[in-house]
Write a protein that binds this ligand. Structure first.
Ligand code: G4P
Length: 529
């Protein structure tokens, strides 16, 4: 197959949702359509189970699963589909944000009964800001839930989206009979309710088709006709360009568990979702069809086996062809590396591949060369933008609890930070180390992994920090800036890249500082222009 054809047939996306909306179930059904798995139940949920005996044991279990589900690839109608896994748990929101830098589009899953939930709001906001094309799937229509029009309203107001339904449910809950496909203008009435397999349907070409009325009944038929009139009158006509630019979001309805409405979603998705997109670097925008290879690391997964401290760095290929055993430039280290066993992903298996194309994800075995955000190229010195760190929510001092193991501790901290598990700040005043995390769970994970993987012991000590802000100033000689550095000395630290960070102890003090020093910009992510 030609290089350009390989690019055009790829669809790399993520599914985002609040936990329990049905992300895992939908993923599984998509794989089932792709023939990548034979039976439902094969894809393990990587969510942290509620009421687990110990949170970190649960995380270890989840880590094991998440390496298998990091990328789930399959072929469907000659399209190569790469689903990137996004953790739903809020403590791992940063992993999800980073994964979103590697997708070309997303599917948002919403529970018909619960409507728009908190985690969905946060994730959609990130996608909206980045103009990522989004399709909404309203799930669990086999249960009683909110009225379809009310839900569409809720999606518009709470998520700030402009929606247009491309499928519409016929009935709901016990009465859920099928799907009107506005995209293909046909109707699927469900026949079987075999949850494990692909649902059997009867297709009708139009509302006038013979037998349809008998099949769904007079009442449902007139409800459907009314709803469709309303849809036609209220919502904008679907326009692919608007969708691709992030200005219009098509909505599908269905039940992932019962496999209703999933095919409508998938068939439309492969036609309208974008093939791999260009991406900005610090120097120029890179087009996927450029012949020179380039890509970036968006995720690092530590090996589950503590005896082998190698890791898997996940690279999204942006341009060119990635080839096995070929030297590539690790731009940050300015050194060439080659990889003898790059992994590609197919369903839940990974296998060594000779070559991969834009849109694909390759897993590279790494002994500590990579950190999140690193760029790998055929030789050009560019850095991909858009993999920032966010201000953590929780901060603690980290202390060495075993003086004989200082070296191990430092190495362990260093590597866990490269993986993106947490962020390290070093106080300017006394060199003390502060760990910042998005969720409280990460402290347990750090302690556990330092001990089990690096034989180092640590303890944490409370620290009162509200937010970390990255500082920038146009003129470093500015008197007010010098005053800031002196007065706020106690609250200044460096991040791992040596960037200056202000650790504000409260929202109030942050606000006062911002007012007092208007020439300083306080950023809430590590990447800014
Ligand atoms: P998540 O990955 O978004 O967290 O959600 P997941 O797919 O694990 O689904 C959460 C729960 O919702 C599961 O039930 C799943 O079976 C159920 N579910 C998913 N899609 C549908 C649907 O279309 N209709 C109905 N009625 N339920 C659906 P569970 O009891 O938590 O887990 P399990 O014991 O069934 O695995």
């Amino acid at each position: 197959m030609e290089f350009l054809e390989e690019i055009q047939r790829r669809r790399t996306f993520g599914i985002i949702s609040h936990p329990d909306a049905g992300k895992t179930t939908l993923t599984e059904k998509l794989l089932l359509y792709g023939g990548a798995i034979q039976e439902a139940g094969a894809v393990k949920s990587n969510k942290i189970k509620k009421g687990a005996t110990s949170d970190f044991m649960e995380i270890e279990r989840q880590r094991g699963i998440s390496v298998a589900t990091s990328v789930l690839a399959f072929n469907y109608q000659n399209k190569k589909i790469n689903i990137l896994d996004t953790p739903g748990h809020k403590d791992f929101a940063e992993d999800t944000f980073r994964t979103l830098t590697a997708v070309d589009s997303v599917i948002v899953v919403i529970d018909v009964a619960k409507g728009v939930e908190e985690q969905t709001e946060k994730l959609v906001e990130v996608c909206r800001m980045r103009k990522i094309p989004m399709i909404v799937f309203i799930n669990k229509l086999d249960r009683e839930g909110k009225d379809a029009f009310d839900l569409l309203d809720e999606v518009e107001t709470k998520l700030g989206l402009r929606v247009t339904p491309l499928s519409f449910p016929i009935g709901m809950g016990y009465n859920f009979k099928g799907i009107y496909n506005l995209w293909k203008k046909n109707i699927q009435i469900f026949e079987s309710t075999d949850k494990q397999k692909i649902a059997k349907t009867i297709a009708y070409d139009s509302l006038e088709s013979k037998g349809l009325k008998d099949s769904i009944g007079d009442e449902v038929m007139s409800e459907l006709t009314e709803s469709l009139e309303l849809v036609g009158g209220v919502y904008p006509t679907f326009d692919q360009k608007e969708y691709l630019e992030g200005n219009l979001q098509p909505v599908f309805f269905g039940s992932a568990l019962n496999n209703f409405g999933v095919q409508e979603l998938l068939d439309c998705f492969i036609q309208i979702a974008p093939a791999p997109l260009p991406k900005s670097t610090d120097k120029r925008v890179i087009q996927p069809d450029e012949s020179a290879f380039s890509g970036f690391v968006f995720k690092i997964h530590a090996n589950m086996d503590p005896n082998h401290r190698d890791r898997l760095a996940f690279i999204k290929i942006v341009s060119g062809t990635f080839k096995r055993n070929t030297p590539y430039l690790h731009v940050r280290h300015k050194k060439k590396l080659k990889f003898s066993s790059p992994n590609a992903f197919f369903a839940e298996k990974k296998e060594v591949v000779e070559e991969s194309f834009p849109g694909d994800i390759v897993g590279l075995h790494d002994t500590g060369n990579f950190k999140i955000g690193d760029t790998l190229t055929s030789g050009e010195e560019i850095h991909y933008k858009g993999v920032p760190s966010f201000s953590p929510e929780h901060f603690r001092f980290i202390n060495n609890a075993d003086p004989m193991k200082a070296k191990q501790l430092n190495k362990g901290i260093d590597q866990l930070m490269d993986e993106g598990l947490a962020q390290l700040f070093t106080l300017n005043l006394n060199g003390r180390k502060v760990i910042g995390t998005v969720g409280a769970l990460q402290f347990e994970v750090i302690q556990y992994r330092l001990e089990h993987e690096y034989t180092a012991k640590c303890s944490f000590e409370k620290l009162n920090v509200h937010k970390a802000c990255w500082i920038s100033i146009e003129d470093e000689e500015n008197d007010n800036y010098r005053d800031f550095l002196k007065v706020k000395q106690k609250f200044l630290a460096k991040d791992k890249q040596g960037q200056l960070v202000f650790l504000a102890d409260s929202a109030f003090s942050l606000q006062m500082t911002q007012q007092k020093y208007p020439e300083i910009t306080f950023h809430f992510t590590s990447e800014f222009d």
